[in-house]
Design a protein around this ligand. Structure first.
Ligand code: IPE
Ligand code: IPE
Ligand code: MG
Length: 249
């Protein structure tokens, strides 16, 4: 560990603790390009991407950020070659099994959002176990969006609400923002204050469409496996220079 790394164990002095985002979300993009640049197969980029995520989670804990959400697999990612999809599913399962003990010890609460019943059963079992074992942990809320799509999330909320109206549990006029939000996968999780996307792409790719209504967006050209504490520092610094107006003057 270099001197600089040691310094980054603590919140950098030019960041104001009172202006930290409560909830940071990340679109972890660029694993494939990272691998290609190193002359490696794409799956190596995904493996290195896991290391970058582990360090970001630890960094959020070290610096006092209370919620982190990571986009791990979109509903559109099923369109990738079967080999890559299979690799990602077994990577998620393996990492979860390997890291659960540490997450329990570090008081991390892990949650998954997305269309989970469509995931392989073995992965679903690992997901249920990890959520159950960490449900009372409070140091940080770590949410992994897996088989997640913002449009699908909104549609399933509409369907669930429509069923309740049909059954007389809800009246159409009861459907306000709070009721709607309570039917999203992210019910109980605050909206992200800051969304970071790596690898330079300037789009949401179906991520948190409802929740990002007023979230700040930060885009860096750095590829996800290279995203480190220095990069995160830059993103937080940029965030703290912004004025969040929420429509006011
Ligand atoms: C993000 O990296 C990881 C997932 C979508 C699972 P990519 O695999 O999209 O990497 P690029 O965009 O091809 O470089
Ligand atoms: C978004 O990245 C999904 C994840 C990071 C899991 P993609 O690489 O799938 O997004 P597009 O295809 O470039 O929009
Ligand atoms: Mg990509």
């Amino acid at each position: 560990m270099t001197i600089q790394d040691t310094e980054l164990l603590y919140l950098p002095a030019d960041l104001k603790p009172e202006l930290l985002p409560h909830h940071v979300a990340v679109i972890m993009d660029g694993n494939g390009r990272w691998a290609k640049r190193q002359g490696l197969p794409r799956f190596m980029g995904h493996k290195r991407g896991v290391d970058a995520l582990k360090d970001l989670l630890r960094c959020c804990k070290d610096w006092g950020i209370k919620a982190l959400t990571a986009y791990a697999f979109s509903t559109e990612n099923w369109k990738r070659p079967q080999e890559e999809v299979d690799f990602l599913m077994s990577l998620f399962q393996g990492v979860l099994r390997q890291e659960l003990r540490e997450m329990v010890e570090e008081n991390v609460q892990i949650q998954f959002v997305g269309n989970l019943p469509a995931l392989p059963q073995t992965l679903q079992d690992e997901i249920s176990r990890s959520m159950e074992e960490t449900k009372d942990n409070r140091s940080i809320k770590f949410t992994v969006a897996t088989n997640y799509g913002g449009r699908q999330e909104i549609l399933q909320a509409c369907r669930a609400i429509a069923h309740k109206v049909e059954q007389g549990i809800l009246k159409p006029d009861d459907i306000c923002e709070e009721v709607f939000e309570s039917h999203l996968y992210t019910a109980g999780i605050s909206d992200p204050d800051l969304l970071i996307r790596t690898s330079g792409e300037m789009r949401l790719s179906n991520f948190l469409l409802w929740q990002m209504a007023y979230g700040e967006i930060y885009i860096t050209d750095t590829l996800w496996p290279d995203f480190d504490r220095n990069e995160f520092h830059r993103a937080l610094y940029a965030y703290q220079q912004r004025e969040r107006r929420f429509g006011k003057v």
